[in-house]
Design a protein around this ligand. Structure first.
Ligand code: COA
Length: 248
């Protein structure tokens, strides 16, 4: 069974993380499938909106830590960099449906979604500094722009998590729905009924102001992130996670 489930219903494509036994932690192969899914959907006239969601009780525990240790992404041709580029450049509406934990990239990818629906169980966190890493996916620019410098710095520096109500108040999500996927699907269907070129043009206008800045920030973040991955601080944090799980 694929670890990214791809389903199409009418003109709506759903990409679902499907590795629930590992809390949907994202591997290089999963990033590659996600990048391909988004890039194919961008060029497919039959698709008018994409939903990003998950199987099981959680959205994703972020990047797979074993993968971080065994195959650290060090170049901008890596699968994660391709996924982030595909997210940044995706021209059609991208709808997030989140439940449970959304850790690391599980939260930062939402900054690129146009509409996010979260279940009351959603729990967001970006513990990059706690792991000896730095924010990625443009989040060092997009998150303070959304919530203000003070709040962003506190969340990044402490690694603290926050729930659906706080995310709604911040504007990270658009709605709370007890069935996030059903809510997201309803919104995607509504969007898919609209004139498609007008929707694409509207998204391009909404994103235009920040696009170049986000691309530049992502590149800078990636360079520091790749160095940080090799640092003693990161190795220590990863070994701690592995030891906790009795795998070291
Ligand atoms: N990479 C690899 N495996 C992961 C993972 C990750 N990021 N997150 C969770 N898993 C695995 C666990 O190892 C465990 O697998 P196992 O049963 O084979 O041991 C399974 O998913 C369930 O996770 P578990 O830690 O038992 O759940 P929990 O409810 O006790 O804790 C978290 C949930 C999210 C707090 C905890 O899993 C965690 O801290 N994960 C790492 C998150 C992270 O730092 N991500 C990187 C961000 S850049």
């Amino acid at each position: 069974m694929s670890e990214i489930l791809t389903t199409q219903s009418g003109s709506i494509l759903t990409l679902s993380f499907n590795r629930p036994a590992k809390m949907n932690a994202l591997t290089r192969a999963m990033y590659a499938s996600l990048a391909k899914g988004l890039n194919d959907a961008a060029g497919d006239f039959g698709i008018r909106a994409v939903i990003l969601t998950s199987e099981g009780d959680h959205f994703t525990a972020g990047n797979d830590i074993v993968d971080f240790m065994d195959n650290p992404p060090t170049s901008d041709s890596s699968e994660v960099a391709q996924f982030l580029a595909a997210l940044l450049n995706f021209p059609k509406p991208l709808i997030g449906a989140v439940k449970g934990n959304a850790v690391g990239v599980g939260t930062t990818m939402l900054l690129h979604c146009d509409v996010v629906v979260a279940a009351p169980s959603a729990n967001f966190s970006m513990p990059f500094a706690s792991l000896g890493l730095v924010p990625e996916a443009g989040s060092s620019f997009l998150f303070p722009a959304l919530v203000g410098y003070q709040r962003a710095a506190k969340i990044f520096f402490t690694g603290e998590s926050f729930g659906a109500d706080a995310a709604l108040e911040m504007g990270l999500i658009a709605e709370i729905d007890s069935d996030a996927l059903a809510g997201a699907t309803k919104i995607a269907q509504h969007i898919a009924e609209q004139p498609p070129q007008a929707i694409i043009n509207t998204k391009a206008l909404l994103k235009a102001r920040n696009h170049e800045s986000v691309a530049a920030v992502m590149k800078a973040e990636f360079e520091i992130f790749a160095m940080a991955l090799q640092s003693d601080e990161a190795m220590e944090a990863f070994m701690k996670f592995m030891a906790k799980k009795g795998k070291s």
